[in-house]
Design a protein around this ligand. Structure first.
Ligand code: PXP
Length: 242
């Protein structure tokens, strides 16, 4: 029996809609509470350098409002490191961040940035924050995560999500192989980016994966069905895949 796959819900885009009018509605904290009430396993939020969705004060408000573990997505900067150490989230997922991108478009180059990442990973880990690295499903990135002593990697599923035709199976194979390689080396593999009702099941079926983090699609579906129904449907699909 494959262990249950955790579902972390990324609530950034509730804040995107809120910020479109500059006020307080819709409140990402309310989204976090709904996710907690309907069986979500965690909340993911990305405080971007440009604060385009989640704002500084949202993080403490989310932490105060639910008992769910917070997966704090952050760029590898001194500013974000200090912020994480002040707020002590359950986990910190280090992501690449480019100001002009629409979303986190690729994985972190853990292999090429060892020296920059090492002190950040160490300071987060020393503080008791579980570090995750958001990487492409590539062997050299898993090896780099091992060298950095990251306990978790999140495999970027964007290439899989955007693949067409025969390429879908190729990308799925990469995800499965890299999840297995991470697990074999004592790293807990997670996955996320671009997952939908239509494409989640083959990923959810990868037995080593412990957690999926899903945002944009769920928040989009929530417009039509409500957030609770959207989370429950995703949960059902994930469970059925195992
Ligand atoms: N995981 C990480 C590390 C992310 O940065 C994001 C958002 O880009 C997601 C998961 C969720 O991706 P999506 O919003 O496409 O579901």
């Amino acid at each position: 029996m494959i262990p249950r796959l955790r579902l972390g819900v990324n609530i950034d885009h509730v804040a995107t809609i809120r910020n479109a009018r500059g006020g307080d509605h819709p409140d990402p904290v309310r989204a976090a509470q709904i996710v907690a009430a309907c069986g979500g396993d965690g909340i993911t939020a990305h405080l971007r350098e440009d604060r385009r969705h989640i704002r500084d004060e949202d993080i403490a408000r989310i932490q105060a409002a639910t008992d769910l573990p917070l997966n704090f997505e952050m760029a590898a900067t001194e500013e974000m490191l200090e912020f994480a150490l002040r707020h002590m989230p359950h986990a910190a997922c280090i992501v690449p961040e480019r100001r002009e991108e629409r979303t986190t478009e690729g994985g972190l180059d853990a292999a090429g940035q060892h020296n920059r990442l090492a002190p950040i990973v160490a300071r987060l880990s020393d503080a008791g924050i579980r570090v995750s690295l958001f990487i492409a499903p590539e062997e050299r990135q898993i090896e780099a995560a091992m060298k950095l002593r990251a306990p978790v990697v999140e495999l970027h599923t964007g290439e899989y999500a955007h693949a067409e035709g025969d390429q879908i199976a190729v990308e799925l194979r990469r995800l499965a192989d890299m999840a297995a390689l991470a697990a074999k080396n004592g790293i807990e593999p997670h996955a996320g980016h671009g997952l939908t009702y239509e494409n989640v099941q083959p990923v959810a079926a990868i037995p080593q994966l412990a957690e999926l983090n899903i945002g944009h699609y769920l928040i989009g579906e929530a417009i039509f069905t409500g957030l609770e129904a959207a989370v429950l449907r995703m949960r059902e699909l994930m469970d059925a895949a195992r």
